[in-house]
Structures are given as C-alpha cells and as structure tokens.
Design a protein around this ligand. Structure first.
Ligand SMILES: [Zn+2]
Ligand SMILES: [Zn+2]
Length: 323
C-alpha cells in the first residue's frame, strides 16, 4: 500500500476549477556552499563580462541624520516627562497621560523626526540622499536556464543575474511604499562571456543585506494563490479538501515559502496590494528572495523582497514589494 503526500496536483484533480489559478514555481532551496561561476547560486561569483560596467546605485538612499536639541527643548521634554510621572504616581496600573498642550510641545520639538535619542538628546530623522559616486550593487542571485527552465527566458539568453543595492531607498519611481533594496536584473548568454569581471565590493553593507554564498537545489512545484486572490467558494473547497487530507491549504499547497521563481505571492502582512505596471497591466510575481535560512539576509524585518514583472511586455520596468 502506498501513501501519497497531498499535493496541489491532487487538489486540482478533485477541484478542477482551481486549475486556472495554478502556476509553476521553481523553489530554489539555497544551502550554504561554495558555488562556481558556472553554477546557479545565491551570492556566488557572477559570469559578468570583464568589459561590462558593474552597476552602481545612486539612490536616493535613506541616511540617518541627528540633530542635537537645544537646552530649552531638552528641558521642556524633561518637564513633560516629570509631569507625566507625577500624574501616574501611586497608580501603577494607570495609563501614561499627556495633555494636549504637552503633546503639541512634544511634536513641535520633534519637528517630524522619527525618533529621539534620550542619551545624547538628539532628534533622529532619515533623509533621502543621492550618492554622487554610486554604491556598487551586490550580486545576489545567478540562475542558469538549465536549472530553472520554467522562468521566461528572453530569446538567446540562458543566464539571469540579480543584483541589489543593499541600502534603504525612498522615492523610487512608481514605488511609493517601498524602502528596501533596489533590484537590478540582467539576462545574458553564458557563451558570450569569456573574460570575467572582478566585482567591486560596497564598503558599508549594513543590516544583513549581503547574502552568504549558497548553492541551489531547484525543484518545480505547482503553486496556488493566497486566500485574498481566490473566489470565496473555491477557497472554501480548497480548505475543506486540505482538511480532509490532513494538511493546511496555506502550508505547502499555496504560496510556497522561500526563494522561488514564479508562483504566487503571499500577503501575510498586509491585505492584497495590487502591483501594477506603468502600462496599467497587473504585474506578475517573478522572483521571491527571502530572509533567514542559509543565505542569512534580513530584509524588511525578516520579510521577503518580491520582484514583479509585466506580463504584457517584459521590457517594462519591474516592480518591487516587501512583505
Ligand atoms: Zn541604492
Ligand atoms: Zn507593462
């Protein structure tokens, strides 16, 4: 007797209407290793032509700026703090209360800054600054077509290289709510690269934005969408099927986790955010780069960077989203 692990294919066989939502996804499954130039890898050496300029990012990058409070401002904040403590004295369960007038003083002193350092008494704000020289981008991912045949490969190409600028950004065109790394993708043909470039390394990579080298063990799966992208009756059918088979729809059948090409994005932090190309088309998930695991990066509070591309025209600029 054989037992079969419940799969998306099995689910679709029983609920055929889900078939129109099925997408191929290639799970990249990075594990720590020492990838070579000709390997698909995370943070491995890139097959980059010696005569092609390495990309740099000029931002604008969010840079922390500190402003020391005046003596009077510091005293005013300390007075508010003393008043709040006095009002709460003897009432340990009471909430901290601030008067309207005190709140006005506080917000005038903060002047829109995001944080206050109460050791040095400095306002801290993050401001967008353009980098004149540009920050060298980091090679994050290299894929060979033989390892990820299901990705859309432009005619004549068989290598995809993904780089990112490790800094935080703001004000990217068409990306009003995105503060993560800027992503650049290059397709090329391996056969056209003879001499290989020794890439520059950025001098300041903060916040675990440089992945550790990993080899990949790609596997193709069928992916299904998040609950937000399915009609209610189909979601109910999928969930009850999963329950009958002793699994959860959201774990293993839909929105596969980790580094992947294709498939569906999960919307576990926000509700569904439509990602739209500049041409108006709904952009489609192309690539997911995840925090943690062997690559060891941390993006967006241990989230994932997702790259969406235009289904109508692959040359349209991609869209980024962090979840
Ligand atoms: Zn940048
Ligand atoms: Zn488009």
């Amino acid at each position: 007797m054989t037992t079969r692990t419940p799969s998306a294919e099995g689910l679709i066989a029983d609920v055929p209407a889900l078939g129109t939502f099925a997408r191929r996804a290639t799970l990249l499954r990075p594990t720590a290793g020492a990838p070579g130039l000709l390997d698909s890898s995370v943070a491995g050496p890139l097959l980059w032509p010696a005569d092609e300029t390495w990309p740099v990012c000029r931002g604008p990058h969010l840079v922390e700026v500190r402003e020391r409070l005046s003596e009077a401002e510091r005293e005013a904040l300390q007075r508010i703090d003393r008043n709040m403590r006095a009002r709460r004295a003897g009432k340990p369960d009471a909430a901290w209360e601030i008067s309207e007038k005190e709140a006005d003083v506080q917000s005038r002193i903060m002047d829109g800054a995001g944080a206050l350092d109460m050791v040095t008494w400095e306002r801290i704000r993050r401001v967008p600054v353009t980098s004149v020289d540009g920050v060298p981008m980091l090679g994050v991912l290299q894929l060979h077509a033989r390892d990820v045949p299901a990705a859309a490969w432009p005619e004549g190409t068989d290598v995809l290289q993904v780089l990112w600028c490790p800094k935080d950004h703001s004000g990217l065109p068409g990306q009003s709510d995105y503060w993560g790394p800027v992503v650049e993708m290059r397709h090329r043909s391996a056969a056209t690269v003879s001499a290989v470039l020794d890439p520059p390394v950025p001098d300041d990579i903060g916040g675990r934005r440089a992945p550790l080298p990993c080899v990949l063990d790609p596997v193709e799966v069928t992916d299904l969408p998040d609950q937000d992208e399915l009609p209610a009756e189909l979601l109910a059918a999928a969930e009850s099927w999963a329950e009958r088979h002793g699994v959860e729809f959201h774990r293993g059948l839909a929105c596969h986790e980790g580094w992947k090409v294709g498939g569906w994005p999960s919307w576990h932090l926000t509700d569904l955010v439509p990602v739209t190309c500049s041409c108006g088309a709904t952009a489609r998930l192309f690539l997911t780069m995840d925090s943690g695991g062997d690559p060891g990066v941390n993006v967006g509070r241990f989230g994932e960077v997702r790259v969406f591309t235009c289904p109508a025209d692959a040359s349209h600029p991609h869209r980024l989203n962090i979840q």
